[in-house]
Design a protein around this ligand. Structure first.
Ligand SMILES: NC(=O)c1ccc[n+]([C@@H]2O[C@H](COP(=O)([O-])OP(=O)(O)OC[C@H]3O[C@@H](n4cnc5c(N)ncnc54)[C@H](OP(=O)(O)O)[C@@H]3O)[C@@H](O)[C@H]2O)c1
Length: 368
């Protein structure tokens, strides 16, 4: 019935974690598509940069905390679609894996309208049998969500990159600080995926183009070991650094020491150095799209999205880590950078390009 079809501008999407790294891409892509967006965040003032990504009044923020059931209910009361991007890499105070990642998805699903689409971002590596608390809580979150909403859409990205990421920016920053880079999980394989492509998959799910009740695994076009990723960052930022591969046991000790230091200094350790034993355990297992997901089309390609290459995006925001930053290009005119305004082969599948979006926070390294 034609009268029942509603345009995106008549539909409200609530995005938990909308002010985070991935959240900025998602909110911007939804707004571009015409949806009304409600960003659910613990501190709405920190989301002040987001409304400029849409038309006047199209993007709003509401205070919500996954540890507070009533605030979650208020945030989803009128939503046609609910997206959950909340996640933490380490526990701090009342921010626990269990509460946020295992119980949070169920809480959102139970509070949402019965007819609302639920889209949940988990992570490749979610595994109920893992030694890592992070991976176990992600798996429990998926299971709890599917129990409450069998039709929910679950997206598991590999490590994400893009302006503001916590991956390439972290290593670029570390390479600036340290002559030697001791690396836990150096031989572990990843399939880094562009955050703009993950956002495109989420928009497709909101559009109703992604079958529910399934778990999708989102990886980029290249599989690289962590050592190769770090070597690439050093190459682009022109830092000659020794990459020292740590055996798993040493990686766990490194995580324990740095995690303890971060706790006893009450978070004074520079963000780039913060790592926990749980993260070191995560780094021991490959983080790539499974054969089963590929065979069943539960991938970006299966959703009709051509994954963006690292080379098409990363140099644009890594150049600032060179010794003379962006002035380096002027100093040596023979060096080339991708022309950000030109159409790229291997470029983003989505037409959203955050490095051209306004808002100061887009280029800031993620805390995640
Ligand atoms: N980044 C990656 O490479 C990667 C890879 C695989 C999977 N993932 C998953 O993808 C999702 C998004 O990751 P991201 O990198 O965008 O993370 P992020 O930048 O750290 O954002 C996470 C968001 O969670 C929100 N949050 C934290 N505690 C909350 C609470 N108690 N109540 C409500 N909101 C809370 C924060 O929002 P406020 O501070 O505004 O409240 C923050 O914006 C996460 O689930 C993550 O596990 C990320």
């Amino acid at each position: 019935m034609i009268g029942a079809i509603r345009t995106p501008s008549q539909q409200l999407v609530t995005v938990f974690g909308g002010s985070g790294f991935l959240g900025r891409y998602v909110v911007s892509a939804l707004a571009k598509r015409g949806y009304r967006v409600l960003v659910a965040t613990r501190r709405p003032n920190r989301a002040n940069f987001l409304p400029t990504q849409g038309r006047v009044g199209q993007i709003n923020a509401i205070q919500a905390n996954l540890r507070d059931r009533d605030s979650v209910a208020r945030a989803v009361a009128k939503a046609d679609h609910v997206i959950n991007l909340v996640g933490i890499l380490q526990e701090k105070g009342r921010q626990r894996f269990d509460t946020l990642q295992a119980e949070g998805p169920r809480l959102i699903a139970e509070a949402a309208r019965p007819d609302a689409t639920i889209i949940h971002v988990s992570a490749i590596g979610a595994d109920e049998g893992s030694e890592s608390l992070y991976a176990r809580s992600k798996a429990a979150g998926e299971a709890n969500l599917l129990k409450a909403r069998p039709n929910a859409i679950i997206l598991r990205p590999s490590l994400m990159f893009g302006p503001g990421d916590g991956l390439f920016n972290r290593f670029a920053s570390l390479a600036r600080m340290l002559p030697v880079l001791p690396l836990a999980g150096a031989d572990t394989r990843f399939q880094p995926v562009y955050a703009g492509d993950v956002a495109a998959a989420i928009v497709a799910a909101v559009d109703g183009r992604v079958p529910g009740g399934r778990v999708y695994e989102l990886g980029g076009p290249e599989t690289k070991t962590l050592r190769e990723i770090v070597a690439y960052v050093c190459e682009v930022t022109e830092r000659k650094r020794l990459i020292l591969s740590l055996p798993n046991a040493a990686g766990r000790i490194q995580g324990t020491v740095l995690g303890t230091l971060d706790a006893i200094t009450l978070g004074l350790l520079p963000n780039e150095l913060v790592m926990t034993k749980d993260q070191a355990i995560l780094l021991e297992t490959d983080n790539v799209v499974s054969d089963a997901a590929r065979a069943e089309g539960r991938t970006l390609e299966g959703l009709g999205i051509v994954p963006t290459t690292i080379e098409a995006i990363a140099p644009s925001y890594l150049i600032r880590y060179r010794k003379t930053g962006q002035f380096d290009l002027k100093r040596n005119a023979t060096k080339t950078m991708p022309d950000l305004l030109a159409p790229r082969s291997g470029g983003p599948a989505s037409d959203f390009e955050p490095h051209r979006a306004s808002g100061t926070a887009v280029g800031q390294p993620s805390s995640h």
